[in-house]
Ligand binder design. Structure first.
Ligand code: KIV
Length: 285
């Protein structure tokens, strides 16, 4: 385990003030959380993208609160000091402030989260206000918001035109004023991200495919390591092809069992001769 003490909000804002980029990754399970903790990742998001990366759905929409809680608990066990976000799944907050506060509270009480994240612009300002008023740190998420992928017409760059970009910039300020301590900008043009970062007064602006002019970066873990088979977004850099390493290992396993080279002597246990002889005589053979 790392020696670091628990990452908290003042630590994150200190980094922001010093101009030190904040690192943020998605994570959905205990062993990966353990590795991310060892690597010193500042913040971890248990994203509802787990519906696609871990459960194989075509979108994030089928993910439930219970799915999220189960995975978030596992991640917290593996990463005790990272600043941990629970991602509010589809229809856990859209219908009412009461739903939003109750479900945000579940992440805090049942999964030891430090914050929650929800998607949407000005129309979600009331939800952000209600969650923040309940004492729960809350992050917004603008640009490509996967829970609205149908309305947005697919997984594509948002805010390309001046009018759409202006709306995202206004939304960011509205969410900050409603109490968001952090806003994720996903797939927006770099200069739009830069304007929002410059205008932020007391809000961490995080970029996923929005370029370098933010307070930090988020990547989806499965995209970083070649672990998502369906597509590889342009914004994701592959930092190592774990998918290929694992596939080669699996093929080798199939070969070695098939040709009898696994298990070898060092992979199993024997029994002493006298115990074996007694066993045979007990069995009457
Ligand atoms: O669910 C998730 O992982 C997310 C990312 C797309 C940022 O919200």
């Amino acid at each position: 385990m790392t020696e670091r003490s628990k990452v908290n909000l003042p630590d994150l804002f200190k980094k922001m003030d010093k101009g030190e980029p904040i690192t943020w990754l998605t994570c959905y399970d205990y062993p990966t959380a353990h590795l991310q903790e060892q690597a010193g990742v500042d913040m971890i998001l248990v994203g509802d993208s787990l519906g696609m990366t871990m459960l194989g759905y075509d979108s994030t929409l089928p993910v439930t609160m219970d799915d999220m809680i189960r995975h978030t608990q596992a991640v917290r066990r593996g990463a005790p000091t990272a600043f941990l976000f629970g991602d509010m799944p589809y229809m856990s907050y859209q219908a009412s402030n009461e739903d939003a506060v109750r479900n945000a509270g579940r992440f805090m009480a049942e999964a030891a989260c430090d914050a929650v994240k929800l998607e949407g612009g000005r129309e979600m300002a009331d939800r952000i206000r209600a969650i923040a008023a309940a004492g729960i740190p809350v992050s917004g998420h603008l640009g490509l918001t996967p829970q609205s992928v149908s309305a947005l017409g697919g997984f594509r760059l948002q805010g390309k035109g001046a009018a759409a970009a202006k709306r995202i910039i206004e939304d960011a300020k509205i969410l900050e004023e409603a109490g968001a301590f952090c806003i994720l900008l996903e797939l927006v043009p770099d200069r739009v991200c830069e304007i929002i970062t410059e205008r932020s007064e007391n809000c961490l602006i995080m970029s996923l495919g929005g370029g370098p002019h933010a307070h930090g970066q988020l990547l989806i873990y499965h995209d970083m390591f070649g672990l998502y088979p369906k597509f590889k977004p342009k914004m994701a850099k592959v930092f190592g092809n774990a998918g290929e390493v694992i596939l080669n290992g699996l093929k080798q396993y199939v070969d070695e069992v098939s040709n009898g080279t696994f298990p070898a002597k060092e992979n199993y246990f024997g029994i002493k001769d006298e115990e074996y002889d007694e066993l045979i005589s007990e069995l009457g053979e």
